[in-house]
Design a protein around this ligand. Structure first.
Ligand SMILES: [Zn+2]
Ligand SMILES: [Zn+2]
Length: 265
């Protein structure tokens, strides 16, 4: 792994059922591609539980736990209790993904907003960073986040806003999560944003099994494809791949409070 730069996939869904039989192969391919750490992101209680189990089983996997806006309507008192317990488990590094999705609208807006706020409260209480999902709900997401100024860290995963929103996120200390969409030919806005943002505020992610980078677009995504995103970032900023990898890996470890003594970082 020395000759190639080490990467962290800051947002992957190893807990997705499409991967259920493939984890050993996926991990091996990720390691071969230099992706040393994968953060497995929960999206409701069962997937959060699977994320925790994977993280406790595999040394290269960490977990986040949370309820996606799609599933906001299913939050029962029992589910809250389960989520709270999972958040306290070993190797859980953040709350997420939480937020608003006004594109697919699988839960009513008011319920999405309520469950989002409640999870931000939990993040504050537990001093945990949060992974934000925002689709077609930029203004509402930014407004709600304003109510929680003391969060331990915020990443706008799969950032899809305009430049002005990016500037506001950066001014508030948020990180921008960037994945396969950066490699798509028409990603001019995202390309501009990523070129101009401070390098120490960019996190790389696959969001696999979704959003494969360009060479694999339309196919199932996986962490071993992350170098294509790092390469695009390097190209856009006119820096070396090593530099892009070193910076984004440092960002990921700082954001999630992960240390990798085996790699000397
Ligand atoms: Zn998401
Ligand atoms: Zn996701």
């Amino acid at each position: 792994m020395n000759s190639q730069a080490v990467l962290v996939d800051t947002h992957a869904h190893y807990n997705d059922l499409v991967f259920v039989r493939d984890i050993p192969d996926l991990r091996q391919r990720a390691q071969q591609a230099g992706v040393a750490v994968v953060v497995c992101v929960g999206y409701e209680v069962p997937s959060s539980r699977r994320a925790v189990m994977l993280a406790q089983k595999y040394p290269d996997v960490y977990a986040t736990v949370g309820v996606h806006p799609h599933d906001a309507e299913g939050m029962t008192p029992r589910a809250w209790e389960a989520l709270r317990l999972l958040a306290g488990e070993e190797r859980v590094v953040a709350l997420g993904e939480v937020g608003l999705d006004f594109y697919r609208n699988l839960s009513p807006h008011r319920v999405q907003e309520q469950v989002f706020r409640q999870q931000l409260d939990l993040a504050l209480e537990l001093h945990m960073p949060v992974v934000i999902h925002d689709r077609d709900a930029h203004d509402e997401t930014m407004e709600i986040l304003k109510e929680f100024p003391g969060l331990a860290g915020v990443v706008m995963h799969c950032f899809s806003g305009e430049r002005q929103m990016a500037e506001e996120c950066l001014a508030r200390g948020f990180y921008l999560g960037v994945g396969g969409t950066l490699t798509y030919p028409k990603s001019y806005t995202l390309g501009d944003i990523v070129s101009a943002a401070p390098l120490d505020r960019i996190l790389l992610e696959t969001d696999c099994p979704y959003l494969s980078p360009q060479p694999w677009r339309g196919k199932r995504n996986e962490p071993s494809y992350l170098p294509a995103v790092a390469e695009k970032l390097a190209e856009l900023r006119g820096i070396s791949r090593q530099e892009a990898a070193a910076a984004t890996t440092a960002n990921a470890l700082r954001f999630y409070h992960i240390s990798l003594p085996a790699l000397g970082i």
